[in-house]
Ligand binder design. Structure first.
Ligand SMILES: Nc1ncnc2c1ncn2[C@@H]1O[C@H](COP(=O)(O)OP(=O)(O)OP(=O)(O)O)[C@@H](O)[C@H]1O
Ligand SMILES: [Mg+2]
Length: 373
């Protein structure tokens, strides 16, 4: 990663990264889950902050995203793709980073037969071996001279996709057995999926990891971007206004950096014009508009309330307000509950660690607020 050109608009989250890596290194915790809605900067944080810091602090680091492996259309095929890609990533990490000679490592793995195995197709196609995450983790733990940090992005996909049980169990076994050597940070953007993974008493990772809200960036972030603007363009930005825009756009870093880019490229733009241009550019993708069109009026109203930060959706007052909007006499709590379940299953809404309701995609949240539909 170190030879990648540094991204000048990336604001490092060093303090947070330090806090997490130190508590893993010191054994205060062996597994953490970072939760945030989509597009809030989880992946960038893992790659740009956590990975280099952890390497500096003596870890071997392995990153894998369970979301990037959507190769095939149907669920079953996706499952096989993910299993293959995951085991491939672990064995590449084992051979390339942990620096074990390919033949030696595979020679050992090949002879072991355990339950829940998945096939790993190797690049050269010559050495088809049967192995599993737990077996690979064992190999990693036993051969690594250094502690290991696994960064598993979008872990809720494992709960969402069918046929993942064997992989999940095996992963859990491996991480459990080698806790002292292998630390892990999971990220997730769907509470529904995360709950299935971590919180249900029958869940494979029940209480396995310490859950943390991924905090929003603050004024220091927008000040940082404003300073870059000043350096490049030679004139200042009203930092207070700039921060207010960030708040208005639900603390989504992507918007602010795009606004900054637009302002640097075209210094004639006013701040408000740059905001508008960015909103138009990033917009709200077509597929979401289609999804919106398929929702019932009650579902839309519920989403609007959540976007406005309302949480007491079952209260008499709110139900009456919704009934008035829809022009009906009343709406029961169970009707609302059913709708909420549907919206949550569709990942349109999600819950934070403290169970607070949120719109899952900040872009959607912004769209709901900015387009007074
Ligand atoms: N600290 C930061 N400084 C500057 N820009 C950032 C920062 N964090 C995130 N971004 C911007 O926000 C975008 C989204 O970040 P990222 O892909 O990490 O989010 P995510 O939470 O992983 O989203 P998803 O749920 O879609 O995977 C990045 O492409 C980057 O442009
Ligand atoms: Mg991501």
């Amino acid at each position: 990663m170190s030879n990648i050109t540094k991204d000048p608009l990336y604001y490092p989250r060093t303090e947070l990264a330090e806090r997490l890596v130190v508590s893993l290194k010191d054994g205060i915790s062996h597994a953490l889950t970072l939760f945030a809605p989509r597009r809030m900067g989880k992946t960038q944080f893992l790659l740009q902050d956590i990975k280099p810091l952890a390497e500096k602090m003596g870890f071997h680091v392995c990153y894998f995203s369970f979301m990037d492996t959507f190769i095939s259309g149907d669920n079953q095929a996706q499952g096989t793709d993910i299993q293959q890609a995951f085991c491939q990533a672990l064995s590449t990490f084992l051979t390339k980073t942990v620096q074990v000679k390919l033949n030696k490592a595979l020679g050992k793995i090949k002879t072991v037969e355990i339950a829940g195995m998945v096939g790993v197709g190797l690049d050269n196609g010559k050495l088809p071996v049967q192995t599993s995450p737990s077996r690979l983790l064992q190999e990693i733990a036993e051969t690594s001279q250094k502690p290991v940090l696994m960064l598993f992005d979008e872990i809720q996909e494992l709960a969402r996709i069918k046929g993942m049980q064997a992989l999940v169990k095996s992963l859990r076994t491996g991480l459990d057995m080698y806790q002292s050597k292998i630390k892990v940070i999971f990220t997730g953007s769907s509470t529904n999926g995360l709950r299935t993974m971590f919180n249900d008493s029958k869940a494979p990772f029940f209480h396995f990891a310490h859950a943390l809200n991924f905090p929003n960036l603050g004024r220091d972030f927008t000040d940082f971007l404003a300073d870059i603007y000043q350096q490049r363009v030679g004139k200042g930005l009203d930092k207070t206004v700039f921060f207010t825009i960030f708040q208005r756009l639900n603390y989504t870093p992507l918007y602010m950096r795009t606004i900054t880019q637009n302002l640097i490229i075209d210094p004639e733009l006013s701040l408000e014009q740059a905001v508008q241009k960015t909103l138009d550019e990033i917009g709200f993708q077509n597929e979401n508009v289609q999804q919106w069109q398929q929702l019932s009026e009650l579902e839309r109203q519920i989403l609007r309330l959540i976007a406005q930060g309302k949480s007491a959706l079952y209260s008499q007052d709110t139900r009456q307000q919704l009934a008035n909007l829809l022009g009906v006499e009343q709406i029961s709590s169970s009707t609302i509950q059913g709708k909420m379940r549907k919206l949550e299953r569709a990942d349109l809404i999600t819950r934070g660690v403290g169970d607070e309701l949120k719109i899952n995609q900040p872009q959607f949240q912004t769209w709901l607020i900015e387009n007074k539909i």
